[in-house]
Ligand binder design. Structure first.
Ligand code: EPZ
Length: 420
C-alpha cells in the first residue's frame, strides 16, 4: 500500500485546476442506464471511484470507455442486478438502483452496508421507490425493487438528518420513466443533484425545481442519449482553499465556483481567510492570524459535512476554542485521534469536537480512514513542522485526482512512497 511523505511548513503558492465533481459524475454515469442510446460525459475526474462505477456499468452490460476525462457509455441491453461484491464495495453505486428500476422496472443490488462514517441506511431511497409503486424485498444481503409499472406520486424524502443526496438522485432517476407526475418534498438541494437533473433533462426528462426542496418530475416514455460537462468539485476546491490557509500561502483555484461554496467561504472569512473571485477562479490567502470559528455541518446550502474534517485540521492552528458539530453522519470524527498524533488538542463531546487550537503541529505517522478524514491529515501534515507519513492513501485516491501532483505544483514537499 502507498503512503504520502510530507515535509510540512511550506506556504503553498500558485494555481491549481479544480477537477470535475466526483459526487456529480457518479450518479450521472448511473443515469446513462436509463437509455439505450450513447451518452458522453466530459470533465470527469480520474478517480478510482469513477473507474469502479465504469466496471459496474460494464458488468451490467453497458459499453463503457473512460479516457482523458471523458466517459462514453452505451447501455443497449442491461441486466437488472448489480454484482454483490462490486456494489457492496462502493456505497455510491447504490445510485444504479433508480435507473435500473426506471428502465427495467426491477433492480437488485447488494445492501451497501456501512462505512467508517456511519451505518449509511437506504430506507429513504426505498420509501421513494415504494411511493412509485415498487415492491421492496430484502434477502441474502440483496435489496430488490420491482414493479409492473411505475406511477408518479408525491413523497416526502426527509430523514433523521434532513435530505438525502443519493436518495433524491435515485428516486428522481426512476421517476423520469414513471407514468404521471412525481413530486419529491424535502429533496436534497446539493449542486450535484442540480447537475444530474440538467443531464436528465438533456436526455429528454421533464424535471423542474432541482436545487430547491421540491423537485417535480413529469414521466416520459423513454429517454435518449445526451452529452454533458460535469460541474467542478466544490469539496476538492474547499480542500485546497483550506490547505492554502493552513500553510499561510496564496493559491488560485482555477475553475472553482464561488456560488457552490457560500458556506465555506463565509466560515473561512470568519477564520481570517480571504477568498476573492477573480473571473472564473477563486484566490485564497490568509488575512493575518487565523481565528477560531465554530462550524456545524448541515444539508446544502449549509456547511458541507465533506469539508468538516479539513476545517477541523485548520482550526487546530487557530488560537482559542473552535466547536465543530457534525449533524449529518453519526461517526465522522475518525480524523480526531489521528490529528491528536500530530499534537492537536481536541475533545469529543457527543456530536461536537472541541478544538483547542493555536499550538503548532509536529509531524508523525498517521493513518487515513475515510476519504475526507485522509484529506484533513494531508492538510495538517502540510502545516506541521517536520515530516508526516499518511498511510493507506488509497482512501484519498478515491476522491482527489492526483492530489500529490497538484500539491507539488503548489510547492508542497509531498512524495508518494510504498508504505514501509
Ligand atoms: C452523498 O452521500 C455523498 N456521496 C457524500 O459524500 C456526502 O457526505 C453525503 O451525500 C452528504 O452530503 C456521494 O454523493 C457519492 P445522504 P449519500 O443520503 O447520498 C441519512 C464523500 O466524501 N440517510 O445525503 O449517501 C444518512 O445516514 C461522500 O464524497 C438515511 O437516514 O448521503 C446520513 O446521516 C461521503 N436514510 C444523512 O441521511 C437514507 O435512506 C445524509 O446522507 C439515506 C440517508
Amino acid at each position: 500500500m502507498e503512503s504520502f511523505l510530507i515535509k510540512g511548513g511550506v506556504p503553498l503558492h500558485g494555481e491549481v485546476t479544480i477537477s470535475g465533481a466526483k459526487n456529480a459524475a457518479l450518479p450521472i454515469m448511473a443515469a446513462t442506464l436509463l437509455t439505450s442510446e450513447p451518452c458522453v460525459i466530459r470533465h470527469v475526474p480520474n478517480l478510482s471511484d469513477v473507474r469502479f462505477m465504469g466496471r459496474i456499468l460494464t458488468w451490467l452490460g453497458a459499453k463503457v470507455s473512460i479516457e482523458a476525462g471523458t466517459v462514453r457509455v452505451q447501455a443497449k441491453k442491461i441486466k437488472g442486478q448489480g454484482d454483490y461484491d462490486l456494489v457492496r464495495k462502493m456505497r455510491g453505486s447504490i445510485c444504479i438502483m433508480g435507473p435500473l428500476l426506471g428502465r427495467l422496472k426491477q433492480a437488485r443490488v447488494s445492501l451497501p452496508g456501512g462505512c467508517t462514517i456511519g451505518p449509511r441506511p437506504i430506507n429513504l431511497h426505498l420509501k421513494g421507490f415504494e411511493a412509485l409503486g415498487a415492491k421492496i424485498t430484502i434477502e441474502a444481503g440483496y435489496v430488490q425493487a420491482a414493479a409492473k409499472r411505475l406511477a408518479g406520486s408525491t413523497m416526502f424524502l426527509g430523514g433523521r438528518a434532513g435530505s438525502t443526496v443519493l436518495g433524491t438522485a435515485n428516486v428522481m432517476m426512476a421517476a423520469t420513466l414513471a407514468e404521471g407526475v412525481t413530486v419529491i418534498e424535502s429533496a436534497a438541494c446539493e449542486p450535484e443533484v442540480v447537475d444530474l437533473a440538467k443531464f436528465l433533462n438533456a436526455m429528454g426528462a421533464k424535471i423542474s425545481g432541482a436545487g430547491s426542496p421540491t423537485i417535480t418530475i413529469t414521466g416520459v416514455k423513454e429517454l435518449h442519449g445526451a452529452e454533458h460537462e460535469v460541474i467542478p468539485d466544490r469539496i476538492e476546491a474547499a480542500t485546497y482553499a483550506i490547505a492554502a490557509a493552513a500553510t499561510n500561502g496564496e493559491v488560485t483555484l482555477k475553475g472553482a465556483r464561488a456560488d457552490h461554496l457560500h458556506a465555506v467561504i463565509d466560515k473561512l472569512h470568519e477564520a481570517g481567510v480571504a477568498v476573492k473571485r477573480q473571473g472564473t477562479n477563486l484566490v485564497v490567502r490568509r488575512k493575518g492570524r487565523l481565528k477560531s470559528s465554530d462550524v456545524t455541518t448541515l444539508p446544502y446550502s449549509g456547511f458541507p459535512t465533506d469539508v468538516q474534517a479539513q476545517m477541523m485540521a485548520l482550526m487546530t492552528l487557530a488560537p482559542g476554542l473552535s466547536i465543530i458539530t457534525e449533524r449529518i453522519f453519526e461517526s465522522r470524527f475518525m480524523h480526531v485521534s489521528e490529528l491528536a498524533r500530530l499534537g492537536a488538542d481536541i475533545e469529543i463531546e457527543g456530536p461536537s469536537a472541541i478544538v483547542k487550537g493555536g499550538r503548532p503541529l509536529s509531524g508523525a505517522p498517521v493513518m487515513a480512514s475515510d476519504l475526507r478524514a485522509s484529506a484533513a491529515l494531508v492538510v495538517a501534515g502540510l502545516a506541521a513542522n517536520g515530516t508526516t507519513q499518511v498511510n493507506r492513501v488509497y482512501h484519498i485516491d478515491r476522491g482527489y485526482e492526483n492530489i500529490d501532483g497538484k500539491l507539488r505544483q503548489l510547492g508542497a514537499r509531498i512524495q508518494r512512497v510504498e508504505e514501509s
